[in-house]
Ligand binder design. Structure first.
Ligand SMILES: Nc1ncnc2c1ncn2[C@@H]1O[C@H](COP(=O)(O)OP(=O)(O)OP(=O)(O)O)[C@@H](O)[C@H]1O
Ligand SMILES: [Mg+2]
Length: 316
């Protein structure tokens, strides 16, 4: 029954009963006798209590809806308000749930567009760094070599230093370009790309171990890229923020998919708010229906767990 009819009928019953009593046998004397006053107050109390009860029961689903709205978070999709209560309230909750469906779908599509635009942009920058700056520096290096061959003895050392600096710059640019575009992912596949990532971050007092089994279920190209980027951001954060001396990248098959674990033994997250790095990880995970979880590692440090579902029967 709708909320309108519930309230209307209850009020109607009370008023009709009161009117019937007044027209019928009941009389109220002036001044009011104690027995009469008691009956009137008792009837009024009963009517108010019934009214309050009906309103409370009828409005409870709206309160629940309010709470669901206040805690709704599009980054954690799937939570829906339970549909219950009188017809209007149930319709409102259903409409709200439908709106959430639409917003979540739109958000996922928007995030997918943004991330693929970001990947394209990274590829473009990587290509330009490699092709343009890389080529220029290579040409400079060759010129320096020719200069070095003909330079007088007293200038040789300085020219040699310039050659060294140019070579180091060239290496740096190649490294940045490689980081921007996971070329290894395309060329060697996920396992080698992750191993090379671990090797790349093993420097300046940080040792990065890896455990990547060979017999992993088949992942889509998109999932592999998400996995790679999450490992990359996880290790970047470890190197930048954690003061850890040990980190591990582990990949293992689980019942419904694959789990990536990036663990460090540093100082831990300590309630730091998400920056664009961690938000990006969450967005990417959401995109492929994976779950991402950042938690304190056993002992000390940080665990990043990414669980990617694999469609049944889709194994290598
Ligand atoms: N492994 C870690 N150990 C300790 N603190 C961490 C770790 N990873 C992240 N943090 C904390 O969480 C914060 C947010 O990380 P996030 O990657 O989102 O942003 P960021 O690294 O500061 O910037 P960027 O957008 O360049 O990634 C960091 O500033 C840092 O304080
Ligand atoms: Mg970061």
């Amino acid at each position: 029954m709708s909320l309108f009819w519930r309230i209307f009928l209850l009020n109607a019953v009370g008023l009709v009963a009161a009117a019937a009593l007044l027209l019928g046998p009941v009389t109220v004397s002036t001044p009011v006798l104690p027995g009469e006053a008691l009956a009137v107050v008792g009837g009024l109390a009963a009517l108010l209590a019934a009214n309050a009860l009906v309103l409370r029961v009828g409005l409870a689903p709206l309160q629940r809806l309010g709470r669901a709205m206040a805690t709704a978070d599009l980054r954690r999709p799937g939570a829906r308000a339970p549909v219950s209560g009188p017809a209007e309230t149930a319709a409102l909750i259903t409409t709200y749930n439908t709106m959430l469906d639409r917003l979540e779908a739109e958000r996922a599509a928007g995030a997918a567009r943004a991330l693929s635009a970001q990947e394209r942009e990274r590829q473009r920058i990587a290509r330009e760094l490699h092709d343009e700056v890389g080529q220029t520096l290579t040409a400079v290096l060759l010129q320096l070599k020719r200069v070095a061959d003909r330079a007088p003895e007293e200038l040789r050392e300085e020219v040699g230093q310039a050659q060294e600096a140019t070579r180091a710059g060239l290496d740096e640019i190649r490294r940045i370009a490689r980081r921007l575009r996971p070329g290894v992912l395309e060329e060697l596949g996920l396992a080698s790309a992750l191993r090379s990532l671990a090797a790349e971050f093993s420097a300046h007092g940080l040792t990065v171990g890896h455990h990547i089994p060979a017999d992993l279920p088949h992942l889509t190209e998109e999932s592999e890229l998400v996995l790679y980027r999450v490992a990359q951001e996880g290790l970047t954060n470890t190197a930048r923020h954690s003061s850890a001396d040990r980190a591990d990248v582990r990949l293992r098959p689980v019942t419904d998919g694959v789990e990536l674990l990036v663990r460090d033994n540093g100082k831990g997250l300590g309630g730091a708010p998400d920056g664009s790095g961690i938000s990006g990880m969450r967005e990417r995970a959401l995109l492929i229906g994976a779950t991402l979880c950042l938690e304190p590692a056993p002992g000390r440090g940080t665990d990043i767990r990414l669980r990617i579902p694999v469609v049944a029967g889709d194994s290598r």
